[in-house]
Write a protein that binds this ligand. Structure first.
Ligand SMILES: [Zn+2]
Ligand SMILES: [Zn+2]
Length: 375
């Protein structure tokens, strides 16, 4: 399984808001439990690896942050766009990145706005197939940088205000002269003090240090529409990371996992199941009852049904997400040969065998093969 598809918090058995110390403790415990030397489970080695992978990500604040926001610790897979210069500063030379993003022309008003906006975050919900068919409201719990409650997200202490950054004069960028043997070059870099936003809170709110954000456990209700398929995503606008000092927040992108059903397999909007019928039902035809998604469903098996025949029951599948119609239930027939027979049943079958022999008697072997192939 590729990394990023598992819930690392679940693997370690900790809450999403767990502290570094709690994560370390949980890892030690889980590692002891799953270590192949200590565990008899057949997949112990795999599980031990997963626990290690989870710890590697969650114990590293940067990887954990990426994982919280994008569901993966791989920055190439994250692809969420940079809203905060923190990541870029670490990734490459400041000047290179700055000129790449802003064409070297200096910070524009829109660049300063972008630097303040919150990033999108990722979360996941798991639902049953029945919930996917009916639609469901799910509570999603996660931890995010939320608007600071003490300053209302504005970043200034009571009585304070947001002013132009004194380091960059509100431009969000600083110029530096660099002397080399070829001459003096002027370079432009994003202002560290205001994180290229051009403004600072004065005096800053003591709770959030002027950012207007605080880390908080949150909960949001997500409407999962009927007919949703495994792997689809639902966007909750504004529920992602809060912007700096009240700027536009990011969205929360909720990935939906649909649990596999006990006996129904989904293929698009159709559901598939298997029904065992007797040789008599197959030969003579019969109405059989199969378990559908919402209870028993009657299926008319025609006379002469064969092993592997698929019968379609209209309208007993999954609702279609877009047009409100419904898929089908496809019943795959398995003809069960009885393992135990009463004396009477044995007699009847022997009799049947004799009559079948005499019917087949006037057919050539090639014709019999054709009969058998159904052609
Ligand atoms: Zn605050
Ligand atoms: Zn500044």
């Amino acid at each position: 399984m590729a990394s990023g598809t598992k819930d690392y918090y679940e693997l370690l058995g900790v809450a999403r808001s767990a502290s570094a110390e709690e994560i370390k403790k949980a890892f030690r415990r889980r590692a002891r439990e799953t270590h192949p030397d200590a565990s008899d489970a057949h997949d112990a080695e795999e599980r031990f690896k997963e626990v290690n992978e989870a710890y590697e990500v969650l114990s590293d604040p940067q990887k954990r942050d990426l994982y919280d926001r994008f569901g993966t610790a791989d920055p190439r897979a994250a692809g969420g766009g940079f809203g905060d210069f923190g990541d870029i500063f670490n990734a490459a030379g400041v000047e290179d990145i700055f000129s790449m993003f802003f064409g070297g022309a200096g910070a524009t008003a829109s660049a300063r706005t972008a630097a303040r906006e919150g990033r999108d975050m990722a979360a996941q919900v798991t639902i049953t197939l029945l919930e996917a068919a009916d639609g469901v409201t799910k509570e999603v719990r996660y931890t995010r940088d939320a608007p600071c409650a003490a300053c209302g997200g504005q970043g200034a202490a009571p009585g304070g205000k947001v002013t132009a950054c004194p380091d960059c004069g509100g431009t969000g960028q600083v110029r530096a002269a660099r002397r080399t043997f070829l001459g003096t070059f002027e370079s432009v870099a994003p202002c560290i003090r205001c994180a290229a936003t051009g403004a600072v809170a004065d005096p800053p709110c003591p709770k959030c240090g002027g950012s207007g954000r605080e880390r908080r456990a949150e909960s949001v209700s997500v409407e999962v529409p009927a007919g949703i398929a495994d792997g689809m995503q639902i966007r909750v606008p504004g529920a992602g990371e809060a912007g700096l000092r009240g700027a536009r927040p990011g969205d929360l992108i909720v990935g939906v996992r649909v649990e596999p059903h006990e006996f129904l397999a989904r293929e698009g909007d159709d559901l598939h199941c298997r029904a065992e019928i007797s040789i008599a039902a197959a030969a003579l035809g019969e109405t059989v009852v199969v378990p559908g998604l919402r209870g028993d469903v009657d299926v008319d098996v025609p006379a002469g049904a064969q092993y592997g025949d698929a019968l379609r029951v209209r309208g007993q599948g999954m609702p279609r997400l877009r047009n409100g119609s419904t898929g089908d239930l496809v019943v795959h027939l398995a003809v069960a040969v009885p393992r135990k027979l009463s004396k009477r049943q044995r007699e009847l079958l022997r009799e049947l065998r004799e009559t079948l022999r005499s019917t087949a008697g006037d057919r050539t072997p090639l014709q019999r093969i054709r009969d058998w192939l159904g052609g």
